[in-house]
Design a protein. Sequence first.
Length: 431
Amino acid sequence: MGIIAQKRLFGWEEIETLGELERLGLTLKYLPDGKLMRVLKQERAQGRDDYPVDGMWNAVVAGIVYQHPSIESLRRELARNGQLRWMCGLASVPPSWAFTRFLQKLMRHSDLVEEMFDALVSRLAEALPDMGKHLAHDGKALSSHGRADRSDQPADGRREREANLGVKTHRRVKEDGRLYEKVTTWFGFRVHLLVDAVHELPVARKVTKASEAECPVAREMLDRMKARHPGILSRCETYSADKEYDDTKLLKRLWDQERIKPVIPARELWRSRETRLVQGQRQVAYNEHGEVFCHCPKTGAANRMAFGGLEAERSTLKYRCPAIQKGILCEGFGRCKLHGGIRISLEEDRRIFTPLARGTYGWERAYKRRSAVERVNSRLDQSFGFERHFIRGLSKMQLRVDLALVTMLAMALGRIEEKQKDKLRSLVQAA
């Protein structure tokens, strides 16, 4: 914790009365920034110390906590608020160039900021035994407000040289069979977030150019989780994401290697109302939404079969006769051979048949948890200033996202350690 000449941090009984400065104190108290501070101080060595490393770091964190959109906005606040300068450990307001150089140093040590992120995730996993039980994944567009740089112009730091164009296409088939398509484009970057869907806390992240595909990054982030946080991955039961992540490789990886049930809607790639027969069956068919139907041997009428559960050891799903389970009248019941139900292997179609069967109440409940990642995205936009920012370049964007997420995790850890777990989601109040 980089705090200079400061009294003890206030307890929670004082936070209620002493105002917003204590949110900064809470964050600084639980940030594992010791290694980063040592490295930065060693680099400065015998150089001038007009603006101490600790003070500069605390000021940068204060800018995130108090939602300042730019360094100049933060400097104005430091000039106005003597208490904030004292809490940061600054005798005077650093000039703009001091912040620019300090942020450049942080970018050179982005690996240490990443270590802080992983350390906080590990500590929260210890404090919250159910953390990681349900994970949610999503990719968020980060628009750049700078102009695309032209190759025939020298770099001047004002234009965007590393962002590119991202395209997201939403397709669905209407009830009348027509295809509806909506295309969204943006110029900038994309942040890929994997969050705990119960506590709404990030556990993995990556910032890429806007054009980078989501599914390969999702598999890469799973590899990272397995290497750095195997405990979280081992306790995970469900992994929810939107239909952009409907990828056979990802679905196989989640269940075959990690034994995690994917909860990802299927993209609408088939013709409207198309069904396909289950291999080796003449009466049983399924559609793209994972619904299974049996056909009456006498009339040919189709009725949806009742889901009977997963047989994990066999990697099969059980489906029951609708006449028995739902009381549906079937004229061919007497000569039907499916009274005992049917087993369908997941290998029938790995994209359609998943361990948590599509269309069931359990699947719907699990998919609703995906909204947790959307709320985290909303906090990044509204509470941490990504809706309107002045960031240029991929490395700067990665650092800024990391600092925001590290602040979010440190505040959450502080809530737990200060016996305020009921306020865990109140990470950033309105300034």
